[in-house]
Design a protein around this ligand. Structure first.
Ligand SMILES: [Mn+2]
Length: 278
């Protein structure tokens, strides 16, 4: 009952990069978050299960199972749950259009907000090659851009068939710390451009473990972040506006379990202009 009093209800919740099956997954934080947040529709925006990590060494503690149970319970209680696979759970891309336990698998989706804006929802790894070669592609132009996306698809399908692990954006960017901001900027720009190309008002993605609410001209860029390091999620309020929830900060600064609903989460929405890609 106390839980219900503190639960925040949203129109939509967007969660990604939980990496269940990986030791670094902060499943307990996520269970806590799911306990205090509910929505009519929940988007799982990829890398929910870390298939590559599980393949190397099986790690499935109770807390990881509890996350799955909690999501399935939300589905049973009436939430629409859409699972958009990422690169770490790309085995699910073969099950596009399928339902399991009330969860629908989609390659990507277009979400319409309460105020009528259309958002392309996708994980974002489709743009890895573009990001890695941002400089060259910017120089070569449009055809190189389209070719890069096509190459990315073919390249990773082959890698996957051969059983090689997928290249990880976040660990790669961290290795190149000095340029990490540029890579993140290139990713954000590529995704915003794709949304524009698809005739959408914005994009909602994950993949780079860097939560963000930003505007690129007239295109909104929304990134859900992750549950490995930052413990972030994006929520759509009933008026169609978005909120970036940094759950670890909420937990640290508030006794959310005792506080009443309107007081538990301060305005955490961050509108920051990302650094332009070099
Ligand atoms: Mn990813």
């Amino acid at each position: 009952m106390t839980d219900e009093a503190a639960t925040r209800h949203f129109r939509t919740l967007f969660i990604s990069d939980t990496h269940l099956g990986a030791k670094a997954s902060q499943a307990e934080m996520l269970i806590d978050f799911l306990r205090y947040h509910d929505a009519e529709k929940v988007y799982l925006v990829g890398d929910i299960v870390d298939g590559w990590r599980l393949k190397r060494s099986w790690n499935w503690p109770q807390s990881h199972n509890d996350v799955v149970q909690k999501l399935l319970r939300k589905a049973r209680k009436g939430s629409t749950i859409i699972y958009i696979p990422g690169n770490h759970d790309e085995f699910l891309r073969d099950f596009t259009g399928r339902h399991f336990g009330g969860v629908e698998v989609k390659l990507n989706d277009v979400h319409e907000t309460a105020d009528g804006r259309r958002f392309l929802v996708m994980h974002g790894d489709e743009f890895d090659v573009v990001v890695r070669n941002a400089r060259i592609i910017a120089y070569l132009g449009d055809w190189a851009y389209d070719a890069a996306i096509a190459i990315n698809l073919v390249f990773n399908t082959i890698r996957r068939r051969l059983g090689f692990p997928y290249w990880s954006f976040s660990s790669w960017a961290k290795l190149k710390v000095k340029n990490a901001v540029n890579f993140i900027g290139a990713f954000e720009k590529a995704l915003a451009e794709e949304a524009h190309r698809m005739g959408c008002d914005g994009v909602i993605c994950g993949h780079i473990h860097h939560a963000q609410l930003a505007e690129f001209g007239d295109v909104s860029y929304v990134n859900t972040g992750d549950w490995v390091e930052s413990c972030t999620a994006i929520a759509e309020r009933y008026d169609g506006s978005f909120e970036l929830i940094r759950w670890s900060e909420v937990v640290r600064t508030h006794d959310h379990k005792k506080a009443a609903a309107p007081r538990i989460v301060p305005e955490q929405a961050q509108i920051v202009r990302p650094t332009e890609a070099a």
